[in-house]
Design a protein around this ligand. Structure first.
Ligand code: PML
Ligand code: MG
Ligand code: MG
Ligand code: MG
Length: 254
């Protein structure tokens, strides 16, 4: 019999819930077997309670049994681009986005939008032809969930590739791999909203997961997650968002 999986999600804010104007502190999501639910919830709670963005006064934990069939994916290939300043980092990011097939104009529009809307919690979907945002989710954006590493795969991956253990990298590459594997995704651009973490990345099928060691100054609490997409029909956009939110993906490395 196939193993049952559960989606576990956490979101935390201060100054009340997000939808009542609270400031986002932390979010997290994973897939868990029944036996591990308590451990997964406990690590998500710990993540929110000791967070560099502040102390939460609102937290929500959500548990749902996953009914959809699990897709197994290999993690994207990984590379690190060492840069000295955020300016150099963004030149590298633009270059990688173009190499992935995002037209220059869409990149420029996206950077303009990032400046104007620095508080979106989830991901913004940007149409590669017009450069316009197409998700209509305003401040919440689209929250990718239902992805995790398969048991032992992450340990084996960091050992085989001689990568330092890094929980942010572990989570980000599982999200990026899920997102990139959809045919509608051309590329992703992301950096953290945590003031103490300045490494971000560009990810795509074409260039893999490309870390960039500086995309903002330390102390800056604005983050970014943009998916550049090629989804012309309304029904394709709907099914894309459904994939991001609902379809379960496990990362496997062997
Ligand atoms: C986040 O923590 O919100 C995103 C982190 C992205 C970079 C992770 C890495 O490769 O170090
Ligand atoms: Mg997260
Ligand atoms: Mg996760
Ligand atoms: Mg964060």
């Amino acid at each position: 019999m196939p193993t049952d999986y559960y989606s576990v999600r956490m979101r935390a804010a201060t100054g009340g819930p997000h939808e009542q104007g609270g400031k986002h502190i932390s979010g997290g999501e994973t897939l868990s077997t029944y036996e591990k639910i308590d451990r997964e919830i406990s690590s998500l709670v710990k993540k929110a309670l000791a967070h560099s963005r502040g102390t939460p006064d609102f937290m929500q934990i959500q548990l749902e049994k996953v009914e959809q069939t699990i897709t197994t994916l290999s993690p994207l290939s990984i590379a690190t681009n060492h840069v000295l300043t955020p300016q150099e980092g963004h030149l590298t990011a633009r270059d990688l986005l173009q190499k992935s097939g995002v037209p220059l104009q869409a990149i420029e529009y996206a950077y303009q939008m990032i400046d104007e809307e620095p508080t979106v919690r989830g991901a913004c979907l940007i149409d590669i032809y017009t450069g316009k945002r197409i998700d209509q989710r305003r401040d919440s954006g689209v929250r990718v969930s239902r992805m995790a590493w398969q048991e032992n795969s992450y340990q084996k991956w960091i050992t085989d590739l001689m990568i330092d253990n890094n929980i942010r990298l572990k989570e980000a590459i599982s999200l990026a791999t899920k997102v990139a594997s959809h045919g509608g995704t051309i590329a992703e651009l992301c950096w953290s909203d945590d003031p103490d973490y300045v490494t971000g990345y560009v990810a795509s099928k074409m260039v893999g997961y490309q870390r960039i060691t500086s995309l903002k100054e330390f102390g800056d609490e604005s983050g970014c997650r943009v998916f550049f997409v090629d989804l012309e029909k309304e029904e394709d956009r709907k099914s894309y968002i459904n994939y991001l939110e609902k379809e379960p993906v496990l990362l496997k490395w062997e």
